[in-house]
Design a protein around this ligand. Structure first.
Ligand code: SF4
Length: 425
């Protein structure tokens, strides 16, 4: 039996897709590429934008055309919020009980009765999904948290993924120990990772402290993203004294206009944000700080957009992830006035991408001549803790932490000279 899996969403979705892939392989399925004939197709959908939702629908029809007798299983965020438009699926699973997917597929194969599980995503707490398969052989992801309680006015995630919940701390340690046998870096991921551990009476910082102490063989620990309001003094203390924590923080800003931030329901002002990142830079010089930026939110006037650009420049980010606002049915933004013309949104996004390129160039130039630690993914390249991809002037062993100096940046290629290995154990 053959199976193929498609992920249409974010990194957390990718993690879940791989985890289900692993379960199907354990059941004896051979994993094939999407587009090849397969007995089972699993589609992990995304609901974050309208385009992602349309893509999910298209993919189901394509899978059906390619495998008219195969089982089509559709899972994830979009399945949770708009199951009625995905009626074509044989197995439809929302955000809860993804671990049941292999079982549900079996059930359908036996009975030919469509299976539906659209239970409340947070009713049963955190669903532990594990995987061994990652995009590269040095960096691994571990999803430690799911759901969100914040309800920003543009965001569908709290509806699609339910309330906050976390993986048990002991399970996190166990998993990181297992992953560290084959991977040098672990990225802690989640939907609202900074809120990890409420139900266990432990903070994200305390969890990270435990990981670093109890898994000494782990060479680098990274967090996928953290909200500015969750960057506690405790977190910065740990980061300052622990070189194994990557020198990169992705801190979603979303808008650089206070009026827009308020309309978005984000719990900080630009002044709060700037103060925090200035403090971080003071304590951890040269750190790379990147961000998410949403442009064209309802009410974002020309003037507000210019404020955004100016504020982004002041923050000196190392790069931006830019998203034009896309209205999701069921979110509070539906009731806001001042919707921005799609063409204007596109132009604003293009200007922000241009700015991101400029900021990236500036950050890299500021790092030239500095010492970094590169985790080698091949013998001649790897990523620094700041998440800069660098090419080594002479080969070093793969999967090792290499001390290096960044020497030049030309035509998008950052070069480094290695001087030896960093011993972390
Ligand atoms: S913090 Fe806001 S943007 Fe992030 S997942 Fe929660 S509601 Fe969505």
């Amino acid at each position: 039996m053959k199976c193929s899996l498609i992920n249409l969403g974010c990194k957390v979705n990718a993690y879940e897709t791989e985890s289900i892939g692993r379960m199907l392989e354990e059941e004896g399925y051979e994993r094939v590429e999407v587009g090849e004939p397969s007995d089972v197709t699993v589609i992990f959908t995304c609901a974050v934008t309208n385009t992602a939702a349309a893509k999910s629908r298209k993919m189901i029809h394509r899978a059906r055309r390619m495998n008219p007798d195969g089982v089509i299983c559709v899972a994830g965020c979009y399945a949770q919020i708009e199951p009625e438009v995905l009626e074509d699926a044989d197995v439809l699973v929302g955000s809860a009980h993804k671990r049941m997917i292999p079982e549900y597929i079996r059930q359908f194969q036996e009975t030919h009765i469509p299976v539906r599980d659209l239970s409340d995503p947070s009713a049963d707490g955190f669903e532990t999904l594990l995987t061994d398969r990652f995009a590269d052989r040095t960096r691994a992801f571990l999803k430690i948290q799911d759901g969100c309680n914040q309800f920003c006015t543009y965001c569908i995630i709290p509806f699609a993924r339910g309330r906050e919940r976390s993986m048990a701390p002991d399970t996190v340690i166990e998993e990181i120990r297992r992953i560290s046998a084959s991977h040098s870096e672990v990225v802690l991921a989640g939907i609202h990772t900074g809120r990890y551990g409420k139900e266990y009476g432990i903070t994200l910082t305390q969890l990270m402290e435990r990981i670093l102490k109890e898994v000494p063989e782990l060479q680098r620990l990274r967090i996928s993203s953290i909200e500015v309001t969750e960057l506690s003094g405790e977190f910065l203390d740990l980061m300052e004294r622990e070189p194994r924590i990557a020198r990169h923080l992705h801190i979603p800003l979303q808008s650089g206009s206070d009026m827009v931030l308020k309309r978005m329901g984000r719990p900080y002002t630009t002044a709060d944000y700037l103060k925090r990142i200035q403090e971080i830079r003071q304590r951890i010089p040269d750190i790379s700080i990147s961000t998410d930026l949403m442009v064209g939110f309802p009410g974002e006037s020309e003037e507000a957009f210019e404020e955004v650009l100016a504020f982004v420049r002041r923050c000196e980010f190392s790069f931006l992830h830019v998203f034009p606002f896309s209205l999701r049915k069921g979110t509070a933004a539906e009731h806001l006035d001042g919707h921005v013309d799609p063409q204007v949104k596109k132009q604003r996004a293009a200007r922000c991408i241009e700015l991101s390129n400029e900021l990236k160039e500036r950050y890299i130039q500021s790092m030239l001549g500095k010492e970094v630690v590169i985790l080698t993914e091949t013998e001649t390249s790897g990523y620094t803790g700041e998440y800069l991809e660098a090419v080594l002037s002479s080969p070093m062993a793969k999967g090792r932490m290499v001390k290096a100096v960044l020497t030049s940046y030309n035509n998008g290629i950052l070069e480094a000279e290695g001087s030896g290995y960093l011993e972390t154990e």
